[in-house]
Design a protein around this ligand. Structure first.
Ligand code: NAD
Ligand code: UDP
Length: 354
């Protein structure tokens, strides 16, 4: 039995399926594509995503939410022109919660997405990651760098899973001529991250606003390069609509590199918080530095980030300040154990209008 997505698709507009569409990046992508007049099917199992992220879209005639796990076969009766494959927990805290499940999401999920793309003749974009470079020995990281990943460490379920997903994308491209795009996304932040997401920007902002200690792992000298979500979403769309010959992998990230301690101090400044810094143990395999080379994105897509860290942090602080001041219950993922043996025909299609 196929999923009756019942989208009121406009025949003249492309239909886009966003797997992981109720997550942080996915929900911003839903907004952007609907604004461009696309029909959007948002497919998500709500592992780290939340219906609140797409609630304002639920009555939009060209939007449909489908609760589904990409590890299960995906059958959709609508025509589909584009698939964004974003379904995967992205924060170390969450992808390490169920490491085997994360690996299955990356491998089985990508196969299911690619099979759907093959059946529908759809183009598919895979949200890959800077984690394919591991703890890099080359700095900054161009796409040609093959990486330095510990295959048996605690981050491997995600890093190796995402590497396998890239392999599958290129194998389908070679075997079935599937139109593919691979975006290697570097640390992205912004509104709609979960309060308990566990990643550094949301952690620091929530801690600062609550007056709790800012938890710096290690000495805080490790670096990351932070991209505001609006820039990333623009880059993903440009990559998706680029000529067929542009398959990627294509780094999408902001080359402005900062230390983790510097981020903590910036957050304290933006929140006028007096939270103390608390230094804690560095997690195993935590990459020491990370900065993208974005020449491919600049030349092939005309893309470069526009939002300065200062402005992105201000917007993100404003988002969390509203949530916390509003005393709303924290956005937490619906942590439901995956039911074994669930088949596509047994899936519940949530009716968002209820
Ligand atoms: P997120 O956790 O907010 O979003 C992931 C979404 O996928 C959630 O809505 C979650 O419920 C859903 N999901 C997870 N497993 C699923 C499954 N088996 N079936 C269906 N849905 C599932 O994370 P995000 O930051 O929005 O990341 C989105 C994508 O971008 C991920 O694939 C991630 O690996 C990639 N990425 C993100 C970053 C970043 O800094 N945010 C960096 C590199 C790559
Ligand atoms: N980090 C930290 N305190 C936190 C959360 C993260 O110091 O509360 C550090 C983490 O050890 C890493 C960096 O911030 O060095 C980025 O971590 P995040 O989980 O955001 O992303 P990733 O490690 O996947 O790049």
């Amino acid at each position: 039995m196929t999923l009756q997505t019942r989208i009121h698709a406009s025949r003249h507009s492309p239909t886009v399926l966003i797997a992981g569409g109720a997550g942080f990046i996915g929900s911003h992508l839903c907004d952007a594509l609907l604004q461009r007049g696309n029909n959007v099917i948002c497919l998500d199992n709500l592992f780290t995503g939340t219906i609140d992220n797409v609630r304002p879209l639920l009555n939009h005639p060209n939007f449909r939410f489908v609760e589904h796990d990409v590890r299960d076969t995906i059958k959709v009766d609508d025509n589909i022109d584009r698939i964004y494959s974003l379904a995967c927990p992205a924060s170390p805290r969450h992808y390490q919660r169920d490491p085997v499940g994360t690996m299955k999401t990356c491998v089985l999920g990508t196969i299911n997405i690619l099979e759907l793309a093959r059946q529908k003749g759809a183009r598919v974009l895979q949200a890959s990651t800077s984690e394919v470079y591991g703890d890099p020995e080359v700095h900054p990281q161009p796409e040609s760098y093959l990486g330095h990943v510990d295959p048996i460490g605690p981050r491997a379920c995600y890093d190796e899973g995402k590497r396998a997903a890239e392999t599958l994308m290129f194998d389908y491209h070679r075997m079935h001529q599937t139109e593919i795009k691979i975006a290697r996304i570097f640390n992205t932040y912004g509104p709609r991250m979960l309060e308990n997401d566990g990643r550094v920007v949301s952690n620091f902002i929530v801690q600062a606003l609550r007056g709790e200690p800012i938890t710096i792992y290690g000495a805080g000298t490790q670096t990351r390069s932070f991209c505001f979500v609006d820039d990333l979403v623009r880059g993903l769309q440009l990559l998706m609509e680029s000529p067929c010959s542009v398959t990627g992998p294509c780094n999408l990230g902001n080359p402005h590199e900062v230390t983790i301690e510097a981020i903590a101090r910036e957050v304290l400044r933006h929140t006028a918080s007096i939270s103390p810094l608390r230094f804690q143990a560095l997690p195993k395999d935590d990459p020491r530095r990370r900065k993208p080379v974005i020449d491919t994105a600049t030349k092939a897509l005309g893309w470069r980030p526009r939002v300065a860290l200062e402005d992105g942090l201000r917007a993100t602080v404003a988002y969390f300040a509203l949530r916390i001041a509003g005393d709303r219950p924290p956005l937490v993922p619906a942590i439901a154990p995956r039911r074994a043996g669930r088949r596509a025909s047994q899936l519940r299609i949530a009716d968002p209008r209820q």
